[in-house]
Design a protein around this ligand. Sequence first.
Ligand code: NAP
Length: 268
Amino acid sequence: MNQVHTKHSELRSILITGATGGIGIELARRYARPGRTLILWGRNAERLQRLATLCCARGAAVVTRQIDLVDGRAALAALREDDTKHPLDLVVLGAGLSDIQPAGQLTEDPEKVLDLCLVNFTIPATLATAAAERMIARGGGKIALIGSVAGFYELPFAASYSSSKAGLAQFAEAANLGWSRHNVRITLIVPGFVDTPMSQRLEGERPFLVSAGSAARRIMRAIKMGKKEYIFPWQFRVLRVVERLVPHFLRARILLSLKAGQKPVKNS
Ligand SMILES: NC(=O)c1ccc[n+]([C@@H]2O[C@H](COP(=O)([O-])OP(=O)(O)OC[C@H]3O[C@@H](n4cnc5c(N)ncnc54)[C@H](OP(=O)(O)O)[C@@H]3O)[C@@H](O)[C@H]2O)c1
């Protein structure tokens, strides 16, 4: 197995998408330090500005970019522009959308499916590829993709979310095979429930919930160690083993019996 030798202390330029989200904010705060440039992407201008001020106070140089990732061509151009100005050592692709089919509706909303699949799969795969192209030419780098344990399950009430994350996992696996030989390491982060606005919208239980701060610490450690895949918390690693023993017909029944709902999105 090839090792990627970029040490954490050598991460001079880090780009984070979804920096304005629950996990992204905690990652940015923790990565902020003197001698490091953080390139923070998000949609919400006010949150971006607040985060930039906080990270600057911690000694980091900060560049912000207000961007809607639904526009894939613009996102690709933006990544190349940022990488030209600040050759990226680490790219964390954390922006994500979630959705649950409303009760009483027989399908998800097709417009939402379109945006979700772009933001959760098409754009991270595109940006990871563009970053890897540059990193390979420079001799190496690190890329972290934020998937979800939902990607392990074919969730009937969240077909687009679960399949976007399953697709991302497959992309990470395939890309790692090709790119690790060139000193570019992908770490696929696979969280369970993290206490952020995304999961706070869910109705019902959030088993094995972890705080956003704890998630960020774990994610940073996994990236530092160059792990290929990191599932947390540990209970989901156990479930991953157990679920393989469940016969297909029973699995379908269990998945169909799950109840899920979400509160309306608050505009901030
Ligand atoms: N929270 C959980 O329980 C959980 C579990 C498993 C996996 N994850 C994954 O972890 C990642 C981070 O989620 P989170 O919990 O931190 O959620 P969050 O608080 O809702 O943050 C989502 C982030 O994605 C950004 N984003 C969404 N749509 C975008 C778009 N069209 N263009 C640009 N940025 C966009 C948001 O930007 P603005 O806020 O600026 O709009 C925000 O920064 C996601 O990929 C999510 O799927 C979360």
